[in-house]
Design a protein around this ligand. Structure first.
Ligand code: HEC
Ligand code: HEC
Length: 258
């Protein structure tokens, strides 16, 4: 079998046949693409499994990270009430000093390192729980990533290039699924626009929480591609581009998604 035949087979298997072209200029949360019962689960404070991560994060927020103390609450209030929800809604941010993108997880990890002796690896479950707790504080606040200025524009363009690059065995880009085919089905799931306002989210498919970073890795696995490393510049450029693309959508954390 030649390369093209293999690719066609993989794409057909993945997508369960062909799908019609449909592109919509309308910006919609992933919430609009899930099943009714998934939406109901997200909206029900007793049924939403993501709220367990919020509670875990709330507990970690007041737990000392090393012997002798040091907690998030010391600086940010016992329920994080001193954190500014508008700033939380603006992540990822561009740090002009280091000329790099700082995700919410990076910020939390950086704050944690001030008190802990050890640094946690990206997407560690404790970091994810803290991220879920913090982002949940901004529930309902519209995503508002700063896109002003030449440096930010240049980073967004690099993120867009990555979004439009074809990867992996199926040789498809994020753009093909999440812009061109949004609203079509893949393996019985409706493909959404790949918006970021639900993250970190509870995934029914894995039974675990995923932040945006992990969700991108999971999509790259779905594409049969070698995923970007969780702490790579590439994945942060994608996170920044996708998040700016979600500007205006209200934060749903913790969303429930397939
Ligand atoms: C020693 C004080 C201190 C501790 C302890 C601390 N932070 Fe921070 N945190 C800060 C400061 C100062 C900023 C503002 C940083 C900036 O603007 O560059 C900040 C920013 C943040 C932000 C971004 C929102 C904003 O207002 O800019 C989040 C989220 C955050 N911290 C979470 C945490 C978490 C979670 C922990 C525990 C792991 C923690 N912090 C521990 C001092 C602290
Ligand atoms: C083969 C099609 C396909 C490709 C290619 C693909 N994804 Fe996905 N993606 C999905 C499916 C299916 C889901 C789960 C349903 C949904 O939310 O769209 C998903 C979910 C997502 C979500 C979660 C949206 C939400 O609201 O929960 C994000 C973000 C995302 N993908 C980003 C990406 C990025 C970034 C790339 C490129 C690296 C990519 N995807 C490539 C099919 C794809």
């Amino acid at each position: 079998m030649n390369g093209i035949a293999i690719r066609a087979l993989v794409v057909c298997t993945l997508l369960g046949g062909s799908f019609a072209q449909s592109a919509s200029a309308e910006q919609l949360s992933g919430y609009a693409f899930v099943k009714d019962e998934t939406r109901a689960m997200q909206d029900d404070d007793f049924a939403n499994p993501g709220l367990i991560a919020v509670e875990t994060g709330a507990a970690l927020f007041t737990t000392p990270f090393r012997d002798g103390g040091g907690t998030c609450a010391e600086c940010h209030g016992s329920e994080g009430e001193k954190l500014d929800v508008q700033r939380i809604a603006a992540y990822p941010v561009y740090d002009a000093e280091t000329k790099s993108i700082v995700t919410l997880q990076d910020r939390i990890s950086g704050c944690r390192s001030k008190i802990a002796n050890d640094a946690l690896p990206a997407n560690h479950r404790d970091l994810m729980a803290l991220e879920t707790f913090v982002r949940n504080r901004a529930h309902g606040v519209p995503v508002s990533v700063d896109t002003e200025g030449a440096e930010r524009q240049a980073l967004l363009e690099r993120g867009e290039v990555l979004y439009e690059t074809r990867y992996g065995l199926i040789d498809m880009s994020c753009h093909v699924c999440h812009t061109v085919y949004a609203g079509q089905y893949v393996r019985g799931q409706k493909i959404s626009q790949g918006q970021t306002n639900g993250f970190p989210a509870y995934r029914l498919g894995t039974g675990e929480m995923a932040n945006l970073n992990l969700r991108i890795i999971q999509c790259m696995n779905l594409m049969r591609a070698e995923p970007f490393r969780a702490d790579s510049e590439e994945i942060k450029l994608l996170e920044y581009f996708l998040s700016a693309r979600s500007n205006g959508l209200p934060i749903e954390t913790p969303a429930v998604r397939y």
